[in-house]
Design a protein around this ligand. Sequence first.
Ligand code: ATP
Ligand code: MG
Length: 412
Amino acid sequence: MLDAEIIAVGSELLTPFRQDTNSLYLTEKLNALGIEVRFKTIVGDDASRLIAVLGAAIKRSKWIFISGGLGPTEDDLTREVVAQVLNKPLHEDAATRRRIEARFVRVGRSMSPNNLRQAQVPEGAEVLENKNGTAPGLWIEHEGAVIVLLPGPPRELEAIFAGQCLTRLELLVPKTIRRTRVLKVIGLPESEVDQRIAPLYTAAPEISTTILAAPSGIEIHLAASSADEAVVESSLAELSEKIEAELGDSIFSTGGETIEEVVGRYLVLRSKTLAVAESCTGGLLAERITQVPGSSNYFLGGAVCYSNDLKTLFAGVPAELIAEHGAVSKPVAQALAIGIRKRTGASIGIGITGVAGPAGGSENKPVGLVYISLADEHGVQVREFRFPGDRDRIRQLSSIAALEMVRRRLRD
Ligand code: ATP
Ligand code: MG
């Protein structure tokens, strides 16, 4: 079993201000080689804690990647701790010392002596040259395990990994092909998705299946690896087809597309254009639609009709209709959709009105009540939603629901 673990060293990574992104980069690259990451640890710049973490890692993992703490300052302890735990004395590497000195000459700065700590190398370690900084990486083989030390700055870590670790790993790891597939689901709760597809994925143990909550709904991540590419592809395709058959058109994408992209593709395919009149989403729907490059081919634009007066002025919603039913109502949502369609000449008009909260809710019209309407040449439809969550979530869910209404309209 090719099991790896990653140790991210740095006290700043234990604060709310900095995130460990190096391990995400490393995990993606290692997975592609067929190496699974089984543990990740974040540890502060503290020798005794790092000794404990490294001690545990050596007992359980074949590959250990340590990021950070290789620099010249007092709190950079990784090199010394690793040398101590592995019982390998440090000595100065002449070539590394020359490179560090030359780097300071090149950038025209004088070098403080503590920089030479970075030329210290544990016995038997290979130096991984760092072209973007002073601290080199180190590759250490120890009792069947491989321990790789990489500098913390992502630019340096990534360049060293890609330039010098990948080829070494490829030589040591049996060749495996890993493929992934993401099925995106909309409109079904996670528990229902899991209940319906569990019999399918438990029958395919060679595929690792993960169900994740994503902003636009649920994502089903499938991953498989094997030495044989055809085997990987066909097992992924088989499970994917079974899941698609089970969940039907609740799946809007199998190739990584977002809901905005899918809607855009349909609009182009059907030669339709779209315009929106948004109240409670305040332009969020237009923002999402225009995230897609090329959206100018089908998105005409929209109006943020926040006040009652602007609903009338921009989308032609009769003032009497608002007075009679209230701004958050089915008839007003319909009038927004019909009005913006007429005003812009779009094939499809969308109207959104609702109570995003936290204030403004009432017994009849609680926070989360949203009406979304779609008008096209066939007529006008309107749906009532009761979205959970805070203001931001209600606005996000509203814009996604509107996109989903367009998708369903165009798919039929
Ligand atoms: P340096 O020579 O720059 O001191 P170093 O190997 O000692 O390199 P650190 O001092 O631990 O690395 O971190 C340097 C910078 O790299 C920090 O500012 C930090 O924000 C960033 N960094 C460190 N670890 C990570 C990580 N795991 N993910 C993302 N960024 C990181
Ligand atoms: Mg440092």
